[in-house]
Design a binder for this molecule. Structure first.
Ligand SMILES: *[C@@H]1O[C@H](CO)[C@@H](O)[C@H](O)[C@H]1NC(C)=O
Ligand SMILES: *[C@@H]1O[C@H](CO)[C@@H](O)[C@H](O)[C@H]1NC(C)=O
Ligand SMILES: *[C@@H]1O[C@H](CO)[C@@H](O)[C@H](O)[C@H]1NC(C)=O
Ligand SMILES: *[C@@H]1O[C@H](CO)[C@@H](O)[C@H](O)[C@H]1NC(C)=O
Ligand SMILES: *[C@@H]1O[C@H](CO)[C@@H](O)[C@H](O)[C@H]1NC(C)=O
Ligand SMILES: *[C@@H]1O[C@H](CO)[C@@H](O)[C@H](O)[C@H]1NC(C)=O
Ligand SMILES: CC(=O)N[C@H]1CO[C@H](CO)[C@@H](O)[C@@H]1O
Length: 347
């Protein structure tokens, strides 16, 4: 039985492709799309073989009325000019509608949980955000008589916590999301991505992966230079160090639902097209669900070498090369035992 399951797991991985998971926490622009958003649309048009999950985030969620946020992120305040009850304003409705016109782009709505923090959000608050995303539909945009289709096709849950103390709340939230979105029926594409930011605990991994379509098991920086994005301590990304329970799931059978996100792909160490391609190849060989590399912070898609255009090109290349992905072998004995125990649990 164990052998049969392992074989199935390997067979599944042999077909896995690694798609793009883009946290596009940037302003959309107005009648003219912003440079950051336009780069994503261009990359999607240039790489129809790649699926782009694109996280939409006006201001830490769909309906934050606390006033304009930092940087490019806007608010969706009812007192704002051109406010739209479901869709923020015409800048957002116009440009989310444009993303939806690209067949290989799938919009995901951002919600955050702050689990494990003192300002942890209540289930009710998070459900309000989920409901709001589900209500984005057809809204007026700039300069067009046609309404803009701003429908959202999944939820990105941020800051979900790593331990099973939160299991009940998150099962409730993910069930709620599938229910209000009429997932997989009216909605077409619908996926739930959970971002604990690092590996969920071994005894929570299976439960968390079961409630999601994808789980971020490593979110970190490439550069070893400390910045706002990755306060110390953190482990700078290098695919060679990714192993079961450390960047990849404890259970290798779950690699096809795992996501890695790498920010600040700049020097040091060397950040070039060559090192980027090497890292993307290594990442694709893990058989992961999706991944993202950026040379900037969350909001940046245009900085070289890890611009969204280059990243899409290199993932496409690596997906084409890798007929049989070869995940890093599990290193520690404890981790291998955990993996077998999981398989036994399944059987
Ligand atoms: C609103 O957005 C700001 C800036 O992004 C953030 O600091 C704040 O926590 C958000 N408030 C709510 C209630 O989501
Ligand atoms: C809006 O676009 C989505 C694809 O992004 C599609 O599934 C849906 O049917 C469209 N809705 C309407 C009302 O046209
Ligand atoms: C990644 O790790 C390998 C060894 O596993 C090492 O040879 C390589 O230099 C590392 N890359 C970076 C950029 O640190
Ligand atoms: C993000 O990109 C924009 C436009 O390319 C640039 O002006 C800005 O400095 C970048 N921000 C960061 C933090 O790199
Ligand atoms: C990096 O690769 C991209 C995509 O192939 C290419 O357009 C760009 O010119 C390359 N940049 C350098 C500095 O070689
Ligand atoms: C990968 O293969 C697809 C489908 O055959 C093709 O459209 C795409 O251009 C290839 N990607 C690269 C980077 O060559
Ligand atoms: C019920 C609850 O909130 N349990 C835990 C959620 O996760 C954090 C850590 O990520 C813990 O601190 C909580 O106790």
């Amino acid at each position: 039985m164990k052998l049969a399951l392992s074989f199935l797991a390997l067979a599944a991985m042999a077909w896995a492709r690694t798609e793009l998971m883009v946290p596009l926490h940037a302003y959309p622009g107005g009648t003219t799309m912003s440079v950051q958003w336009a780069a994503v649309v261009d990359a999607a048009h240039s790489h129809p073989d790649m699926h782009f999950y694109v996280v939409i985030n006006p201001n830490s969620g769909p309906k934050n009325t606390s006033g304009p946020g930092a940087g490019d992120i806007s608010n969706c305040s009812p007192t704002g000019v051109d406010y739209i009850p479901h869709g923020c304003d015409k800048d957002w409705s116009t440009n989310v509608g444009r993303l939806n016109q690209v067949s290989n782009i799938q919009t995901l709505g951002y919600v955050y949980a702050r689990y494990g923090h003192t300002d942890r959000r209540s289930v009710e608050k998070i459900e309000e955000d989920i409901k709001e995303w589900a209500d984005w539909d057809l809204e007026a945009g700039w300069g067009s008589s046609q309404p803009s289709n701003i429908s959202i096709h999944g939820i990105w849950f941020d800051e979900t916590g790593v331990d099973k103390g939160n299991e009940t709340e998150f099962r409730q939230l993910t069930d709620y999301a599938r229910q209000v979105f009429n997932a997989k029926t009216d909605r077409g594409q619908f996926d739930i991505v959970m971002n604990p930011g690092s590996n969920p605990a071994a005894d929570y991994e299976q439960a968390l992966f079961d409630m999601a379509d994808a789980v971020v098991t490593r979110e970190t920086c490439w550069t070893t230079t400390v910045g706002d994005e990755c306060p110390t301590p953190y482990t700078a990304y290098n695919w060679t160090g990714i192993t079961c329970g450390d960047g990849a799931p404890f259970s290798q059978a779950l690699n096809s639902k795992a996501v890695v996100v790498v920010h600040e792909f700049h020097d040091p160490p060397e950040a070039t097209n060559a090192t980027l391609l090497e890292q993307i190849r290594g990442t694709v060989r893990q058989g992961f669900h999706s991944a993202y590399f950026t040379s900037g912070s969350y909001a940046n898609t245009t900085i070289e070498p890890a611009s969204i255009g280059n990243v899409a090109e290199f993932f496409s290349l690596a997906n084409n090369e890798t007929s049989v992905p070869m995940p890093n072998p599990c290193t520690a004995n404890m981790r291998v035992v955990g993996r077998l125990a999981h398989h036994q649990g399944l059987s």
